[in-house]
Design a protein around this ligand. Structure first.
Ligand code: NAD
Length: 303
């Protein structure tokens, strides 16, 4: 049984993404109120979902709910699994040409017969609120103003809201995907407010991973392997950001539990701060998306 002192330290060290996300949603709602009171339409996000993947349906649903909460207009375009790449690209063009839409996301993964690269590159960079287009990634790399990929953007804001110092710290990112690990490493090394870290990026071919993870002041893990990082791979007092969300079969009403990439029970004994799963990075990712959609609207109406 945890002691009272254990419980207090437990409360202090959790980076509560859900709580911060709710605060930021209220702030966005105030902005939307200002926009509509000036007579402009509300920001409008369109999500395209191809097929029937259960996790993807949940993610898209959560994004729609967030839109409702902040006062955005949201449209969900559902397409069957059998949709061809050409049909999807035509739909994207229609949305690109529609002035009443500020942001477009295509939920990944896509069915195997559709090229994710062709799809992400077909989205107008001005509406690329997921930040996956080459133009967005290129600008991020050069430190220019752009749409930052939603998960890294959300994580940086979480660090900021908890006032976690990053300048001069050693940040180790485990995972080098185009949507999380790679942009995360760029942001943490950039000269932004929560950047200026010395960054090491690790991946499946890294030898002696523990050697690097135990050097991290800030450890960001995005590998998709449940409980991959154990407590003995973490430096005392480190900030640990667990991006992973994997459904693991379990004897629960839903038939699964959600697990992060970090083994929480051993990690919380060593870490200074840690994100829970669920309720950590996930809600902050949605915030990144909402903020990018608001920014797209502002780019259009304030220019
Ligand atoms: P991905 O599969 O595209 O990339 C995984 C990365 O992990 C790869 O770069 C690979 O090199 C690395 N890796 C694999 N095995 C490794 C090993 N043994 N040692 C070191 N590195 C290894 O995954 P992704 O899209 O970045 O997603 C990662 C996880 O984050 C998944 O669980 C995903 O569901 C989750 N995710 C969560 C959010 C969120 O909002 N919380 C958003 C995006 C992704």
């Amino acid at each position: 049984m945890p002691t009272f002192a254990d419980k207090i330290s437990f409360c202090i060290m959790l980076l509560k993404g859900k709580e911060i996300a709710n605060q930021i949603k209220e702030e966005i709602a105030v902005e939307v109120e200002k926009i509509t009171s000036k007579g402009h339409r509300a920001p409008h996000l369109v999500a395209i979902l191809v097929g029937e993947d259960g996790a993807s349906k949940t993610y898209v649903k959560n994004k729609e709910l967030a839109c409702q909460k902040v006062g955005f207009t949201s449209t969900l375009v559902r397409l069957p699994e059998t949709t061809t790449e050409e049909e999807l690209l035509t739909k994207i063009q229609d949305i690109n040409n529609d002035d009443s839409i500020d942001g477009l996301i295509v939920q990944l993964p896509l069915p195997k017969h559709i090229s994710e690269n062709n799809v992400t590159q077909a989205i107008d960079p001005a509406k690329d609120v997921d930040g996956f287009h080459d133009v967005s990634v290129g600008k991020l790399t050069k430190g220019q103003d752009t749409f930052i990929s939603a998960t890294p953007y959300g994580i940086v804001q979480l660090l900021d809201r908890y006032d976690i110092e990053t300048k001069g710290k050693h940040c180790v990112v485990v995972g080098r995907s185009n949507i999380v690990g790679r942009p995360m490493s760029i942001l943490m090394s950039s000269s932004g407010k929560r950047g200026n870290c010395t960054v090491t990026i690790c991946h499946r071919h890294t030898e002696d991973l523990q050697r690097y993870t135990t050097m991290a002041d800030i450890l960001i893990v995005a590998v998709g392997i449940p409980e991959f990082i154990k407590g003995d791979m973490i430096k005392d007092g480190a900030t640990v950001i667990d991006v992973g969300i994997t459904r693991v079969d379990a004897d629960t009403p839903k038939g699964y539990v959600l697990k992060g990439d970090v083994e929480f029970e051993s990690a919380e004994k060593v870490a200074g701060y840690i994100t829970p799963v669920p309720g950590g990075v996930g809600p902050m990712t949605i915030i990144g998306l909402m903020q990018n959609t608001l920014k797209s609207h502002q780019n259009k109406f304030n220019s």
